[in-house]
Design a protein around this ligand. Sequence first.
Ligand SMILES: Nc1ncnc2c1ncn2[C@@H]1O[C@H](COP(=O)(O)OP(=O)(O)OP(=O)(O)O)[C@@H](O)[C@H]1O
Length: 581
Amino acid sequence: MKQLLAYLKNYKKECVFAPLFKMLEAIFELLVPLVMAAVIDKGIANHDIPYIVKMCLVMVFLGIIGLISSVTAQYFAAKAATGFGTGVRHALFSHIQRLSFTNLDKAGTATLITRMTSDVNQAQNGVNMVLRLFLRSPFIVFGAMIMAFTIDVRSAMVFVITIPLLSIVVFGVMYVSIPLYKKVQNRLDSVTLSTRENLTGVRVIRAFHLEEEEKEKYQEKNQELTKMQMFVGKISGLMNPVTYVIINGATAYLIYVGALQVDTGVITQGEVVALVNYMSQILVELIKLANLIVTVTKAIACCNRIESILEIPEGERELKREVREELPQEADEMVVFSHVGLTYENAGAESLTDITFSAKKGETIGIIGGTGSGKTSLVHLIPGFYPHTAGSIRIDGKQIESYSSEELRDMVGIVMQKAVLFAGSIRKNLCWGKTDATEEELTEALRIAQAYEVVEKKEGKLEAEVAQGGKNFSGGQKQRLTIARALVKKPKILILDDSASALDYATDAALRRAIAGMKEQPTVFIVSQRASSIQYADKILVLDDGELAGIGTHKELLQTCGVYQEIYYSQFPEKKQKGAE
Ligand SMILES: Nc1ncnc2c1ncn2[C@@H]1O[C@H](COP(=O)(O)OP(=O)(O)OP(=O)(O)O)[C@@H](O)[C@H]1O
């Protein structure tokens, strides 16, 4: 909580002025019943019309000043709260950008989105309410009581009994309902999560005709939320009848005591009306105070949830080990893995075990293996997305730990398994690789990635709009554009993680030829399930259950590696028959 309060630092003035103006409004509100009393006692009693008009004008004046104070307070409170919300959102966003992949996996995307959106909004709402009400409501409650005492001590004793009684009811209901609100919030989170999952997977749901099942599941969750909300609502609903019974009883008694006092000439009729007004003001403020406490409790819970994300240590890469002594390496080696192992956090077993190979500058390395064999895990170690947990990795002659994240990302261009484009123009998407890329550089990257025709056919060409998530492009077009994006920055190492899977065989082959013909040949890692995509690589790594089952050229592996033979002949059965003949 304390950590987040720092985001109000730039709004000190607003944090002082908002409650102050609310207090000013409260003072004017406390004066109104006195003016009303004067109208009754002097104006109406003496049939003094000019006096009544004068006092009504005073009331209008007090109303206007009160309104101006309230609007000003609202302005300052809103400014501080939105500033606070913006600051927290920005800090969270920057923090998340700097989290390691391991920590991003741990937190989960859906949770992070909730923290960034509804939690920040609730916290912002809490700040706004606190600034406006934390002084005003107690001030009116006590102010109204003091005003009552200045009118008549005997009548004011009704207040001394009523206020604690009202407080017990209001705060008692709150005491019961606050834990229930937390349950409501959890169920709301579950509905939000389900909504997000369904909306993002709407096509899959339709493809499998699961609309009805999903509707039912959603309805179930929604009903659980409704039930909980109704239950809390009923408890909170008790507050109004009980408080009104107390307040009306107190008012009746006040009028009775007041009437006796009027009879004996201690107070006037107007003052009795003022006392009744003060009683209603107190009730309204106690209810506001209760709402304030509910909102603040929710806001504090949200702030704690936000802080738990901010407390995750930053650092895109966790460097678990010291940078070790440089080992001798051949000058033309670009990537060297030496007995590398990887165990993901919270995963029991190793995902990669004892991986040793080297890739020379300009070489093409093919990586093949069954699903879950560790292909993606292996290539994710090169840009340092995850820290390897055994062995050593050297890149361009230096231990991977000695590079900063930026240096590594500058060297490595990676095209992920899932082609992701962002809303904006094609040019904007391509320039992610290099912000100041020239027209020639973009064209060259597009030509190599076999994406030039894709862009040429689009209206507006490079300026053509990419819809959110790249929905207006086919799977293969998206893949080509993401390859072009990685090529624009001319990386020393290019990783294509199953990124040509949606390309037809001819385009796939043309892409490989174009990469091989590049002026500054990068070291290329091609991950693929297709033997045809990697069979011309200089070296092929065959992975099986996280271990290296074979390493060599296509020809060598066909003779020596059982796993490779199995994959290859399952895709080209005719070759097996030929070999057997
Ligand atoms: N972020 C992660 N956290 C924990 N375990 C992971 C993570 N990513 C992958 N794994 C595990 O590591 C193993 C290897 O997964 P990996 O994605 O590297 O396989 P793959 O060969 O690329 O599979 P595919 O061809 O299906 O993409 C799997 O058992 C997987 O469950």
